[in-house]
Design a protein around this ligand. Sequence first.
Ligand SMILES: Nc1ncnc2c1ncn2[C@@H]1O[C@H](COP(=O)(O)OP(=O)(O)OP(=O)(O)O)[C@@H](O)[C@H]1O
Ligand SMILES: [Mg+2]
Length: 227
Amino acid sequence: MLIASLKPRTMGGTTNTGLLIYALARAGYPVSGYDADESLQLAAWERDVSDFPCKVHVADTPSFAETVYPEMDHDRINVVDAGHAENHPDIVDSILEVADLAIVTVSPTNPDYDRLTRPERGTPLAKLIKRSAALRDSGQPPTTVVLLNRCQAGANSPKRFAELLTGGGEDGKLPRWDVLSTRIPRRELIASAVGFPCDKPERKAPYDALVTELRTLGHLPELGVSR
Ligand SMILES: Nc1ncnc2c1ncn2[C@@H]1O[C@H](COP(=O)(O)OP(=O)(O)OP(=O)(O)O)[C@@H](O)[C@H]1O
Ligand SMILES: [Mg+2]
């Protein structure tokens, strides 16, 4: 299967992608990584540390669906880190054409919520996801979930933004999102994860919870079952 890790702009996407890959590998899934962000930080992370759990392929191309996807081992969980959807909608469009699951990283703050729902420039991510249906074999957009990250312990903001996202905004007129109950906390050891060894407790526990939730929701294959 292919999991697309998406975000409108800088949100903690690469951090979440790398640590999700690490959690999937620890849960026993065969995993491969793809870096579709031209900053190539996920690929550099894999290159620079000894405990990154799998190969990361460079794949920052708007022909992702035609040139990268067919070459994947579809018996693995392939996870692709996409760049800013605002700036690279062509690459994101091509990923959405073939992804089985999209995980959208969003931080529970006003500016990040605005960039997801009502960007001043660029196409809203919800529209990219919706329009992908036209190019997909199923005729439906991929299953999409929002992962809230950089969540301050004890703050009300994760709950408030989760309600706004699931309810379509204050007036209910914006697109509605499925928001995962797993929250990635704001933590120094997660902030400094990209490019450094993965094996720290703080870099594991929230992502183990994420894998458990994805599994419970039926978004991951049974272990040992392909695709
Ligand atoms: N859970 C967290 N707690 C605190 N800080 C975090 C957390 N996750 C990410 N960050 C910080 O957020 C910033 C963005 O993280 P990251 O590089 O993963 O995001 P990105 O969406 O991939 O950005 P880019 O636009 O560069 O691709 C970094 O400064 C990182 O340290
Ligand atoms: Mg990144």
